[in-house]
Design a protein. Structure first.
Length: 166
């Protein structure tokens, strides 16, 4: 069942029989009893309807200043932690929105359909990973951004948040 989204977005009810081909739809699986293994990163939305679990990826957590992230979060940037796509699990209640990213390839964002919390992002370009929003982590202290990306797109009022390269 398709859900209406903002212009340029295609929304999908991932609980429906028509998954998002090649996007996050292939990742949607139920968490057994809502529990994850001890070495996994876990998180979820504010209301508790959507939960996820995944394994940390050997890649730097980052702060993204791209225009898409600004518009999706209503802020100057977003805080993202990469997890391995393989073995990643998220509740079937997550809604997935597909849009065209700055690279011209598809990107996918996952949101709670009830409270609207942003939870995950994925791009066709980086198919081995899923990015989780740091604020959605059960333990946000697990997140420590190492770099900023798309800092050239940062808004003047958010320039102080750019992580400078060493």
């Amino acid at each position: 069942m398709a859900v209406r989204g903002a212009p340029g977005f295609r929304a999908f009810d991932v609980g429906a029989s028509r998954p998002v081909t090649g996007g996050l739809g292939a990742l949607i699986v139920g968490l057994k009893g809502g529990h994850a293994m001890a070495d996994q990163i876990t998180g979820g939305c504010k209301c508790g309807k959507v939960r996820y679990a995944g394994t940390p990826l050997d890649a730097a957590p980052f702060r993204c200043h791209c225009r898409d992230c600004q518009q999706l979060t209503g802020s100057g940037h977003t805080e993202m932690m990469p997890l391995a796509r393989e073995g990643f699990a998220i509740s079937e209640t997550c809604r997935i929105y597909e849009m065209q990213g700055g690279s011209g390839q598809s990107t996918y964002s996952g949101f709670c359909p009830d409270c609207g919390a942003q939870l995950i992002r994925r791009s066709a370009r980086m198919g081995d990973r899923v990015y989780v929003h740091a604020g959605s982590l059960d333990d946000p202290a697990q997140y420590a951004p190492e770099r900023s990306i798309y800092s050239d797109a940062a808004q003047p009022w958010d320039a102080g948040s750019i992580i400078k390269a060493d």
